[in-house]
Design a protein around this ligand. Structure first.
Ligand code: SF4
Length: 85
C-alpha cells in the first residue's frame, strides 16, 4: 500500500485503535464501492458518525487522502472540502 510519509503517524494510531475495536465497515463492500446511491451514502455516513474510532479514521484519511473507497463515510473530495472549511 502506497502511503504518504506524513500519514504514517496517523496510520499507526488507526491501526493501534483497530486492535481494540472492530468497526462496522469491516467486510462491508459498500466502503470500497466507486459509486453509491444517495441512500447508501447517508447510511455509511451514519455508521461512521457512531464509530468509536472515527477520529483516528478521519485523521488518517485527511492526511493520506486515499484515492479509493469511503473513509469516515465520505469520499476524498468531500474530505478535501471539510479540511478546507
Ligand atoms: S469511521 Fe472509519 S473505521 Fe469507523 S466505520 Fe467509518 S470507515 Fe470504518
Amino acid at each position: 500500500m502506497h502511503m504518504r510519509p506524513e500519514a504514517k503517524p496517523a496510520w499507526d494510531r488507526l491501526t493501534f485503535a483497530l486492535q481494540e475495536v472492530e468497526p462496522d465497515c469491516l467486510d462491508d463492500e459498500r466502503y470500497i464501492a466507486d459509486l453509491l446511491q444517495n441512500g447508501e451514502k447517508r447510511l455509511l455516513a451514519s455508521i461512521c458518525s457512531a464509530c468509536p474510532i472515527l477520529t483516528e479514521c478521519m485523521e488518517y484519511a485527511i492526511t493520506d487522502q486515499p484515492k479509493a473507497g469511503w473513509w469516515p463515510g465520505v469520499q476524498l473530495k468531500q474530505l478535501d472540502r471539510k479540511e478546507a472549511a
